[in-house]
Write a protein that binds this ligand. Structure first.
Ligand code: 9WN
Length: 450
C-alpha cells in the first residue's frame, strides 16, 4: 500500500512528486498557471497563491513569476481581482468572462487596468503569506531578482483595501460581498443570505462549467442566477464598495484568518526590505482580537461567519471556521478547542478521507456538491498548517498522510466525496498538485510555527 508517512524520500513520494510537477507544468501558460485547462482556463487569485507554494519547490523563480503576474493586474484601489483573464482564451470558454465583468470600463474609477481584463471581486488574501514563503525557499535568488521590494508595496496596498473599503461592519474585519469571494462558493453558510437575493432571469446567462463537470457536483442554476445578480449590481455601481447597496455582506472566518496570517507575513517582508514592520504587527493583533470578539463561538467551539445585513452569526459549521488555526498567536485554549471540533462528529478526522468542507451531521451536508460537504485540498492544507503551528503534531501528521494518499489516489482531484474518497469535479487540478508538492517537501509544516 502507498504510504507517505514520516518521510519525504521514498519511491511513492518520488512518483507523487513527479506526477504533481507534471500537473503544474501542464497547466503553466507562460506567465501563470491555470487551475485547470478546461474548467478554469484563466488565472485565479487564491489558486495562484497556493500554486506558488508548490512551485517554490520546483522553481522559486517561476513561483515568483506566478505571483507577480497576478499582482500586475491589481487595481489602483488596491484590490487584487479574483480572475485575470487570458486574452488568448476564446470568449465563452468560461462564464462569467471579460464581457460580463467589463473591468476596463466599469472598474475605471476604482483603478482597473485599461489593458488587462479581470473580474471585479476578490478572493482570500493568501498572497503575502505565499510571497514570504516563496522568498524563504531561496532567499538568495529572491534578493538577486529584487522580488520582495517589488511585491511589498502592492501587497501592502491590497491589505489597505481590505482593511479600509472592505471593513463594512466597522469592527476591524474585512467583509466579502459575493459568495465567490471567500472561495467556498455554495457553502450552506450562505443559503439564508442568498435567499434574499432576487435571481437574475434564467435565460440571461449561459453557464460554461457544465460542459466540463457533472451538474450534481456543481452549484445549481438558481445559485448561478443569484451570483449573476450580485455581480451585476456591484459592476453597475462601478465596483465601488461605498456606493453599492451590498445585499450580501459577510465577515468570514477563513478570509479574515488568512488576512491576519498574511499581515504577519507582510511584517516579515517589511523587515526584510527595511520598512517599518510595526504597523503590520499592530494591525494583525487588532484583527485577531476582532476575529475572536466577533466570530468565535466558545459553545460550538468553532468560528462562525457573521451576516452584516441581519447582524447575526451564521449557525452552520463550515471548515472556514477551523481555518483560524493558522493565525499566529491564537490563544492555545481556542487552538485546542478547534482541534477537538476537528476530531468530533462534524468533521470526523480519522473517520473520513479528508476534512469535509461542511458539517457531516447537518441536513444540508451533500458529499458530492462542491462546497456543501466535499473535502478540498487547500482547506485541508490550511488546517494541517494550523495544527502544526498549534503543536497538534499527531493530528497534523494524520492529515498530511490523508492528503497525500488522497491526492495520489484521485489523480489530483479538485475535491473528494469525504466518505468514499472518490474524486469529484475535475482531475489534475493545480492547487491539489502544488500543495501535495509542498507537503512532500517536509514531514510536517516546519515553517508554520512563528
Ligand atoms: C468561481 C478556481 C476557482 C476557485 C474557487 C472555486 C471555483 C469559480 C467557479 O474555482 O470557483 O470563482 O467557477 O466555480 O470555488 O475556490 O478559486 O479554481
Amino acid at each position: 500500500m502507498t504510504t507517505f508517512a514520516e518521510t519525504t524520500a521514498t519511491a511513492p513520494c518520488d512518483s507523487l512528486r513527479r506526477s504533481a510537477t507534471q500537473v503544474l507544468l501542464g497547466n503553466w501558460t507562460g506567465a501563470a498557471t491555470v487551475p485547470s485547462r478546461a474548467l478554469y482556463p484563466h488565472q485565479w487569485s487564491w489558486d495562484s497563491a497556493f500554486i506558488a507554494l508548490g512551485l517554490r519547490h520546483v522553481s522559486p523563480r517561476r513561483a515568483q513569476r506566478e505571483l507577480e503576474t497576478l499582482l500586475s493586474a491589481q487595481w489602483g484601489d488596491g484590490r487584487i481581482p479574483h480572475i485575470v483573464f487570458n486574452p488568448s482564451v476564446p470568449d465563452g470558454a468560461y462564464f462569467p468572462g471579460p464581457d460580463f465583468w467589463r473591468s476596463a470600463t466599469a472598474g475605471r474609477a476604482a483603478g482597473a487596468s485599461p489593458f488587462i481584463q479581470t473580474s471585479g471581486i476578490v478572493q482570500p488574501p493568501v498572497h503575502a503569506l505565499a510571497a514570504w514563503l516563496v522568498h524563504a525557499a531561496d532567499p538568495a535568488e529572491s534578493r538577486r531578482r529584487g522580488f520582495l521590494p517589488r511585491v511589498y508595496p502592492r501587497l501592502a496596498a491590497w491589505h489597505r483595501y481590505l482593511g479600509g473599503a472592505r471593513d463594512l461592519g466597522g469592527g476591524g474585519l474585512a467583509s466579502v460581498v459575493h459568495p465567490w469571494e471567500p472561495g467556498l462558493d455554495n457553502s450552506p453558510c450562505w443559503d439564508a443570505a442568498l435567499a434574499r437575493i432576487e435571481p437574475a432571469p434564467m435565460g440571461s446567462f449561459v453557464r460554461a462549467d457544465l460542459r466540463h463537470g457533472s451538474a450534481a457536483d456543481r452549484p445549481t442554476d438558481l445559485d448561478y442566477a443569484r451570483y449573476v445578480r450580485l455581480a451585476t449590481t456591484y459592476r453597475d455601481h462601478g465596483y465601488d464598495d461605498a456606493r453599492t447597496p451590498h445585499a450580501f455582506a459577510i465577515e468570514d472566518p477563513s478570509f479574515n484568518a488568512l488576512l491576519i496570517a498574511s499581515e504577519y507575513a507582510l511584517a516579515d517582508i517589511a523587515e526584510a526590505v527595511g520598512a517599518d514592520a510595526g504597523p503590520h504587527r499592530r494591525r494583525a493583533e487588532a484583527a485577531t482580537a476582532a476575529l475572536i470578539g466577533r466570530l468565535w463561538d466558545p459553545v460550538d467551539a468553532i468560528f462562525h461567519a457573521r451576516d452584516l445585513v441581519t447582524g447575526a452569526a451564521i449557525a452552520g459549521h463550515s471548515v472556514s471556521g477551523l481555518i483560524p488555526l493558522v493565525v499566529p498567536g491564537l490563544p492555545a485554549t481556542i487552538g485546542k478547542a478547534l482541534a477537538r471540533t476537528l476530531h468530533g462528529p462534524r468533521f470526523g478526522l480519522g473517520r473520513v478521507h479528508l476534512v469535509p468542507s461542511y458539517d457531516l451531521t447537518a441536513p444540508e451536508f451533500d458529499g458530492n456538491r462542491y462546497w456543501r460537504g466535499p473535502s478540498w485540498f487547500n482547506t485541508a492544507w490550511l488546517v494541517h498548517r494550523g495544527l502544526a503551528a498549534q503543536g497538534e503534531e499527531e493530528a497534523a501528521g494524520l492529515l498530511r498522510e490523508q492528503f497525500l494518499t488522497s491526492a495520489h489516489r484521485s489523480e489530483f482531484a479538485e475535491y473528494l466525496e469525504p466518505y468514499t474518497g472518490d474524486a469529484r469535479g475535475i482531475l489534475r487540478f493545480s492547487w491539489t498538485a502544488a500543495l501535495a508538492l509542498d507537503l512532500l517537501h517536509a514531514p510536517v509544516a516546519q515553517d508554520a510555527a512563528r
